[in-house]
Design a protein around this ligand. Structure first.
Ligand SMILES: N[C@@H](CCC(=O)N[C@@H](CS)C(=O)NCC(=O)O)C(=O)O
Length: 198
């Protein structure tokens, strides 16, 4: 199988972290791809032209990152995405918050790369507010996930790492001691250390 991705993409990093945690690196080859250049193999597998995209051995393309993660989790034990009962809902919600923060953080990065006259300060402020509220929510919810090494908790770490990487002006650690401790510990895991954006 082939995983199309770019090293700085946090969505790609989520999938790479899971592949690493599950020891599947030798079954899924890394295929560097810049989605902005519309590589034909990527477009053929994913009409949206986004990374990550996984091409299975049978030629089937899988996307987006959540779908790929759910698929990858079925390939080898232990299962790292809870699906049953309350743990399943709590995990799915945590992934939604982690991915939701990524969505607005990535949009902000894209917006601030446009010429000044084309940027919308209204949206930039709205997205920043959503990130701050979500970080408060994560601080409260970290009572549940602070010792977890399942995928939903690891994806929170990927999101926080992305904020450090691309939005360092957002001091998400301030007033959020449990989230800060969680991140400091989990970021040492080999899967996160090996995939850190540079
Ligand atoms: N919801 C998608 C988002 C993927 C995404 O936006 N990837 C970005 C890289 S961070 C991309 O491919 N951008 C290229 C483009 O916008 O055309 C997922 O979870 O996989």
């Amino acid at each position: 199988m082939k995983l199309f991705g770019s090293p700085a993409s946090p969505y790609v990093r989520n999938v790479r972290v899971l592949i690493h945690e599950k020891g599947l690196g030798d079954r899924i080859a890394w295929e560097p791809a810049d989605p902005m250049c519309d590589p034909p193999e990527l477009i053929a597998a994913n009409p949206l032209g986004l990374v990550p995209t996984l091409v299975r051995d049978d030629g089937e393309g899988l996307f987006d990152s959540a779908v790929i993660a759910n698929f990858v989790d079925t390939l080898a034990a232990p299962r790292l995405i809870p699906v049953e009962g309350e743990a399943g809902w709590a995990g799915a919600r945590l992934r939604a918050v982690a991915d939701g923060v990524l969505d607005v953080a990535v949009r902000t990065v894209q917006e601030t790369r446009r010429p000044d006259s084309e940027q919308s300060p209204t949206w930039i402020v709205r997205w920043r507010t959503a990130i701050e509220r979500a970080a408060d929510w994560l601080e409260r919810d970290s009572v549940r996930f602070e010792r977890s090494v399942e995928f939903p908790a690891l994806s929170v770490a990927v999101t926080l790492g992305y904020l450090d990487f691309r939005r360092p002006e957002i001091d998400w650690r301030a007033g959020r001691p449990r989230l800060t401790r969680f991140y400091a510990a989990v970021a040492q895991r080999p899967s996160l250390a090996a995939t850190a954006p540079a």
